[in-house]
Design a protein around this ligand. Structure first.
Ligand code: FE2
Length: 336
């Protein structure tokens, strides 16, 4: 049984370490070619990971082995300067296909945690994706919206959902009011009533794909919300997309929703902050924020996602990896 450690606090990079990360990232961005989706680029990022300071690599490696009670980690002080960035993109489905320093940081981290993947059927399989507010999509439940984003496991509908989600903040929202929220099943399991614990373990739920998959997604077969290890279970739920199929399942999902709200950790991301969520045990969401009218300084978070029927991992010829906790293949979705 995996050991659960105390909730970890944020890792603050020193100025010296941030400078070292910046040098490695820029070297990678210049030397590895221009297209971050290319297999050679990912291979170069994996090699460059070894050149990063041990003060960064060590806690990431520990998190990979055991993500703790919070199921998340936060790294602050990465070299991101909003003043050097172009205007925040404002188009639906914005992705990053060309080499930049922040894209290099995300890719290096992804290779340190596992294998970065993307879905062919989502945004053409782009590895690095933008999370930006899009005019006219304010009420949208997804990357383009600015209303409260419901708690969800990333790609909960998918059999090959990511093991981790990584979010790198490039630019805060105008009011600095948007919080990433993370709730972990390890914290709330004992707070659930016995009836709800049992109901959540039954295969009485189905989950629809997010709109970003368009016509390519299909509803899951029925599944439990809580599964595997009795003391340290996995969690699969999307409060906007998971449908309870019985009255007991509906009541349990309602109790779970309340516990997400009561136990969630709020993280206000600033430029240079990187949050990693263990997608096996934690859900994430976001509080609402006010998107300003002019695009240059809108909130900008960048991410990375996984492969679907033909995983990018296979396309790139990468080998599978396993971790010490026996959780098997590790897949990383990354957002910037
Ligand atoms: Fe998400």
């Amino acid at each position: 049984m995996p050991m659960i450690v105390a909730e970890s606090s944020a890792l603050h990079l020193s100025t010296e370490d941030a400078r070292a990360v910046d040098e490695v990232a820029n070297r990678l961005a210049v030397s590895a070619g221009s297209e971050v989706d290319a297999p050679e680029w990912v291979a170069a990022a994996r090699a460059a990971w070894d050149d990063l300071p041990a003060t960064l690599r060590r806690p990431v490696r520990e998190f990979r082995r055991n993500s703790g009670l919070s199921g998340s980690m936060l790294i602050r002080g990465l070299p991101v300067d909003p003043a050097e960035l172009p205007a925040t993109p404002s188009l639906l489905g914005s992705v990053q296909r060309f080499a930049t320093g922040p894209a290099a940081i995300l890719l290096m981290l992804a290779t340190g945690l596992g294998d970065p993947l993307a879905y062919r059927s989502e945004k053409s399989g782009a590895l690095v994706q933008d999370v930006v507010p899009v005019p006219g999509k304010e009420d949208f439940q997804g990357n383009a919206g600015s209303v409260t984003l419901a708690f969800h496991v990333e790609n909960a509908f998918h059999p090959y959902r990511p093991d981790y989600v990584a979010l790198l903040c490039l630019r805060s929202d105008h009011d600095r009011a948007a919080d990433l929220r993370v709730a972990c099943v390890r914290k709330l399991l004992r707070l659930l009533s016995s009836a709800s614990r049992q109901a959540l373990r039954r295969t009485e739920f189905s989950t629809a794909p997010p709109p970003s998959f368009g016509e390519f997604g299909s509803e899951t077969s029925v599944h439990p919300v809580i599964s595997c290890d009795g003391e340290d279970p996995d969690l699969v739920v999307d409060l906007e997309a998971t449908n309870p199929l019985t009255r007991e399942a509906r009541d349990a999902l309602r109790e779970l929703r309340d516990l997400f709200d009561r136990t969630a950790q709020a993280i206000r991301l600033a430029p240079g902050d990187l949050a990693v969520v263990d997608n096996r045990v934690a859900v994430h969401g976001r509080t609402s924020f006010r998107p300003i009218a002019s695009p240059p300084a809108r909130r900008w978070v960048r991410s990375r996602r996984l492969g679907r029927a033909v995983p990018i991992m296979a396309r790139l010829g990468q080998s599978q990896t396993s971790d010490h906790a026996g959780r098997g293949l590790r897949r990383v979705a990354v957002r910037q």
